[in-house]
Design a protein around this ligand. Sequence first.
Ligand SMILES: Cc1ncc(COP(=O)(O)O)c(C=O)c1O
Length: 436
Amino acid sequence: MNNEQALQQTFEQARTYFPSLGNSYKGRSVLFFDNSAGAQVSQFVIDRVTDYYIHRNAQKGTIFTRTAEMQQTIVDARQLAADLVGATDHTEIAFGQNATNFFHLFAHHLGRDLQAGDHIIITEADHHANVTPWLELAERDIHVHLWNVDTQGNLDFNHYEKLLELEPKIVAAGWASNATGTIHDMQRITAMAHAAGALVVADGVQAASHMAMDVKTAGVDFAAFSTYKIFGPHMGFGYVNRERLERLEGWRIQKELEKDSYFFEVGSQNHEGIEGFIGSMEYLAQVTKDAEDHGLSLDRTRLASTRPSRRNIAGAMHFAHLYEQQLTNHFLAKLADVEGVVLYGKTAEQSEERLPVFSFNIEGIATDSLGHALNDAGVEARTGNYLAIHLMKRLAAPYGGSALRISLVHYNTIEEIDRFFGIFSQVLTDLKTNVE
Ligand SMILES: Cc1ncc(COP(=O)(O)O)c(C=O)c1O
């Protein structure tokens, strides 16, 4: 068996861990292609949440044994998140409501160290979650600059160089686009920011559903992730470089105010969600094991020399990224045959620089009608700007900043892509007939 086949078998097996993927909706089988908005969960997650409610439901801050165990579970879960993204350990991770909330928290705490006249860079490529919190600081006469993309949606590094001459205090940038699937060179973004004296706040949300993340190699200072896009419950977690955090004046103030809270985890947490998150990491560890049972190896990767707990979790995401490149190549080859298609972001020739997240329009057809017709035909795919508002305004201006997005993850298959293009061809024929 070659590696390509081993990857396919590994992820065919992974798919069997997701009870919802075999489901039909209203008596019809459905293609779930809205994974960038949120993924399905495996049985590992469902079992963990159920077990929590039956055996371990408790509140923090008492002397009960059950409480102590629950509090330890949160620490263990933080450690798993640290393993997933490559943080030093659990002390650099906090759970919370979602990624957007973390960006607001970061802006709030980092904002305390800023003064009128200071500069911040945000990007034209980002989801608004990592845009709005920084724009709010403009109310305090902090200058917020938009780092431009080129006509393909790539971050323009010449423009970045110019903006860095302003000696900004913060650069807020995404690791990968949730609209075009373009992977950004976070290591380069960070190195340039640090050389100019800026801290980097990274949006790791989209990349983490598809790749093995490494916050230390990338050098980011702060980052946020959505657990529900990493095959877990509806929550998020934040990463902070502990050393940099301790140096912030704003953080010292916070510590004074809330002595008994654990860094950004204020108030009660979503305990059942945190348990479910542990299930999602157990799932990834299982996929790594399955991949190795199918003959795949991590030996020549950076993960080979990392701690075993990280290797076992992030390994699955390393293999997922390789497998998803097969999906990407297949999807783009099929899409190229569709008449009038306008694809945004990286092309088939640049497929290694992108994720299997495809935004496109069809000339002469309103984006919304594509979405409705596909929904009627059993394909769950999103239309709109997916809150990548600046980017879609720039790329899809003739379509009102809107496009159809098909977003795949590792449990999707070549067969589903083929099925989609069969349906899509019929949908386009019907829509074109209606237009005529
Ligand atoms: C790139 C990106 N950043 C941030 C978010 C927001 O994440 P959350 O719902 O966890 O706040 C999303 C959600 O779609 C996203 O795709």
